[in-house]
Design a protein around this ligand. Structure first.
Ligand SMILES: [Zn+2]
Length: 298
């Protein structure tokens, strides 16, 4: 069982000091993929970085600017290009002059998701001023942010370590309130599992996801997160022992414990697992593994 953490005291627009170097302002965009809303982090004092400014919401922009009144924003820092994370970067840059740091997504290939909204949409206009796709550092007085490439949730996802507090801002890569949606083709389960190992190996004392409260029992949490993915894989392999099947036949049974609103997203996560298992040689299918393919044990 994943030891979820969901307890959080939020008042939209209020600026909460949450550690010596970190403040948080939450946007009023709660939903099935954003929990209580996007938590925008302000790092440092006097000269500050703003991590994941959030959706293009004028009220949230004003709340961020009010929180840093009398200070200078020197960096706008993005974990990934989803519409609940990056769109406010442009308007915040226009008001502060701060450069935008992040990783541009290489391809704009979109999953064919039909009528159903699968997740927060992609911010296809996202283009950082400074590319951190290969890692890199941003610093200010008393703080450093180290970009850690963590592809999986999206191909361009970055986490940011704050060594002064042995902390890490994990975006949507690791969240305390929920597992992460992996949506192919931009999302990739093989990359995702490697990125979990990468963060786990750093032995951070605390993780700050963009949605929800911090994770303080870091190693146990990431361990449970990895186990959860392994269990999903075992469930798929177990179900396919009864014979070949398609994803739409497996989801209602294997995700019976999940909010039905999230079943379409679960189907995309299952596709990500299928692609991973076909790559590993555990499953077979005819042609490239897709949402409508029939899968069988190899
Ligand atoms: Zn996201």
């Amino acid at each position: 069982m994943i030891p979820y953490v969901r307890e959080i005291d939020i008042d939209y627009g209020r600026c909460d000091p949450v550690s010596p170097l970190i403040r948080r302002v939450t946007a009023n965009n709660p939903g099935p993929f954003t929990f209580k809303g996007t938590g925008t982090y302000i790092v440092g004092h006097g000269e500050v970085a703003v991590i994941d400014p959030g959706p293009d919401d004028p009220a949230h922009l004003e709340a961020i600017l009010a929180a840093v009144a009398g200070e200078r924003v020197t960096a706008i820092v993005i974990t990934h290009h989803h519409s609940d994370h990056s769109p406010l970067a442009g308007p915040l840059k226009a008001r502060t002059g701060a450069p935008i740091y992040g990783c541009a997504v290489a391809t704009h290939e979109q999953a064919d998701t039909g009528e159903v909204k699968m997740e927060a949409g992609h911010d296809l206009d996202f283009l950082p001023d400074v590319s951190l796709c290969e890692g890199g550092e941003i610093s200010g007085p008393g703080w450093t942010l180290e970009a850690i490439p963590t592809p999986g949730h999206t191909s361009n996802h970055l986490c940011y370590a704050l060594p002064q507090e042995n902390a890490c801002f994990t975006g949507d890569h690791i969240m305390g309130w929920s597992t992460t949606v992996i949506t192919p083709p931009d999302g990739d389960m093989t990359d995702y599992l490697a990125s979990l190992d990468r963060i786990r190996a750093r032995n951070f004392a605390v993780l700050w996801p963009t949605h929800g409260p911090p994770i303080r029992d870091v190693d146990a949490f990431i361990g449970a997160y990895i186990e959860h993915r392994q269990e999903r894989v075992e469930q798929i392999l177990g179900a396919l022992k009864a014979g070949p099947a398609r994803i739409r036949e497996l989801v209602p049974t294997l995700y019976a414990d999940v909010d039905p609103r999230l079943h379409p997203a679960a189907a995309r996560s299952m596709l990500a697992a299928m692609i991973h298992l076909v790559r590993q040689g555990a499953l077979a299918t005819d042609g490239a593994p897709g949402p409508d393919s029939t899968y069988r044990l190899a």
